[in-house]
Design a protein around this ligand. Structure first.
Ligand code: GLN
Length: 511
């Protein structure tokens, strides 16, 4: 069971030969690759790893295994609270901070017997798409060859988790996804990155970036592996005020399982797959388009009906996302003032401004300033409110194309429509680290690109985040130039998470 669920079927050659990994094998991989990749920022001590591993092995031998995650090596993004290791969110602001409690999803994993290997690198408070904006230094792409000149990024903000999974330092990892932070690094690293519906997995103990968008995300070597983690952590939690309530959860769950059961095999007859025309965007590489076409052919060959659809407000998704995410971040991060929370500048005479300027990195400062500005009188009306209205239009765009009814809305589903949408996860393969660093330090980087221009990398991942609907990136091809992976994204209606994973698994079969 374990080897079937977790054996890599994706395109990452480093990973392709592997089967189930014990915590010792995971630790070996950490010792071997972590200096180069910088995926883990803190690793659990050997003694406790050994203890959890031995207990799991004993349960297995006695036939009292806790389930499919018992003894499985799992990584945890460093914005999930853990009692056994610090939780720093890639920020000097939280240096050395140890939480007095475990995040609910971490607790679920522990109760399922998972061996938690440690905490993974991330962009500061989740703000980034390259895992280059972190106080620990960048995570690099596991597909890079040792000694290679031009390193590639792992993607962000859950780049540490993605690189760890792709290089066999763990079998799966928790990430968080506010606007694409598991799907983009998954695409860049050649693994599966899944963002469940908003409200399905508890965020109690997940340090906030943008509250109305933050979701717990899962990185795994296979779609089935992601599904096993999802089954373990997707539970109602009264400590998360945005959690889907039990009664509605049960209804949604039933409809989801029913739909998933309609396609038990790789025969996709009867499945309607939407291709959103607005996703053919300018910055997309030829490879990304080719891989998208190959995905369409793949599904068609298995009997699916391919339907062109329109999501007319897509072009406003990026500006709306960055307006709302930054406004929420500016407000959420105000708590780190060095008095009650976070780093404090040493000088007795230091002001809040000194404390925050020393504590936060450049990108976080940029976003806090912009976000605070967005919420000031005048700009609130001209930027924040229009972005909220745009968000609603984007949600309605999705409701207008999905055959499944959105259980959070009273409007009925359309009679003509699709079950899933298929589109790219990223505009191309992982960018070069030097390009990202250049655009960050010089607002007119070599190609005339500043850091804000790199925000375009999230173009395919932010619309489902704004709508709160589930989306998954599956490895599907490689760049023809250099062999770096590129993923395809499947998106479905709110609550149809298992159905989405079922269909995503049929995409994984090609490799
Ligand atoms: N790259 C996006 C951002 O910087 C999304 C990050 C995320 O999902 N945490 O906001």
């Amino acid at each position: 069971m374990l080897s079937r669920v977790f054996t890599q079927r994706a395109i990452n050659p480093q990973a392709s030969a592997r089967a189930f990994t014990t915590w010792q094998q995971a630790l070996d991989a950490i010792e071997k690759h972590n200096d180069r990749l910088n995926a883990f920022v803190a690793v659990q001590d050997k003694e406790s790893l050994n203890q959890s591993g031995e207990q799991a092995a004993k349960r297995r031998a006695e036939g009292t295994s806790l389930g499919p995650l018992d003894g499985v090596a799992i990584g945890i993004k460093d914005n999930f609270c853990t009692t056994s290791l610090p939780t720093t969110c890639g920020s000097k602001v939280l240096e050395g901070f140890v939480s007095p409690y475990d995040a609910t999803v971490v607790r679920h994993l522990k109760e399922a017997g998972a061996v938690l290997m440690g905490k993974t690198n991330m962009d500061e408070f989740g703000m980034g798409a390259a895992n280059a904006f972190t106080c620990y230094g960048p995570t690099t792409n596991p597909m890079d060859q040792p000694g290679q000149d031009e390193l590639r990024v792992a993607g962000g903000s859950s780049g540490g988790s993605a690189a760890a999974v792709a290089s066999n330092m763990c079998m799966a990892a928790l990430g968080s996804d506010t606007g694409g932070s598991v799907r983009l690094p998954a695409s860049y690293c050649g693994i599966v990155g899944y963002k469940p519906s908003y409200g399905q997995c508890s965020r109690h103990g997940l340090v906030t970036y943008a509250t109305s968008l933050d979701c717990v995300g899962i990185l795994a070597q296979t779609v089935q592996g992601a599904g096993v983690v999802y089954d373990t952590i997707s539970k109602y939690d009264e400590q998360d005020p945005s959690a889907l309530l039990p009664e509605l959860r049960a209804q949604v769950d039933e409809a989801d399982r029913k739909l998933a059961a309609q396609w038990p095999s790789d025969d996709l007859t009867g499945l309607r797959v939407g291709i959103p025309s607005e996703y053919f965007v300018d910055p997309m590489s030829k490879d990304a388009i080719d891989i998208w076409r190959a995905g369409i052919r793949h599904m068609k060959k298995r009997g699916a009906t391919i339907v062109p659809v329109s999501l007319p407000h897509t072009r406003y998704a990026l500006p709306a996302y960055f307006t709302l995410a930054l406004a929420e971040a500016g407000s959420n991060l105000a708590r780190y003032d060095g008095v009650r929370y976070g780093y404090r500048a040493e000088e007795d005479t230091a002001s809040y401004a000194d404390t925050r300027t020393e504590g936060f990195g450049t990108e976080a400062q940029r976003r806090i300033l912009l976000g605070t500005h967005i919420l000031t009188a005048g700009t609130y009306e001209t930027a924040f409110l229009p972005a909220q209205k745009t968000r609603r239009q984007i949600q309605l765009d999705f409701n207008n194309v999905f055959l499944q009814h959105n259980p959070l809305y009273s409007t009925p589903a359309p009679t003509e429509g699709v079950h899933v949408l298929l589109c790219p996860s990223a505009t191309g393969p992982a960018p070069k680290l030097s390009d990202i660093l250049k655009s960050a330090s010089d607002d007119q980087g070599e190609k005339g690109h500043g850091v804000v221009d790199t925000y375009v990398n999230d173009v395919f991942t932010v619309p489902p985040s704004l709508a709160g609907i589930p989306a998954v990136s599956v490895p599907f091809g490689k760049s023809s130039e250099d062999g770096y992976p590129i993923g395809l994204q499947l998106i479905s209606q709110y609550g149809y998470d298992r159905f989405l994973l079922r269909i995503a698994d049929t995409l994984a079969v090609h490799s």
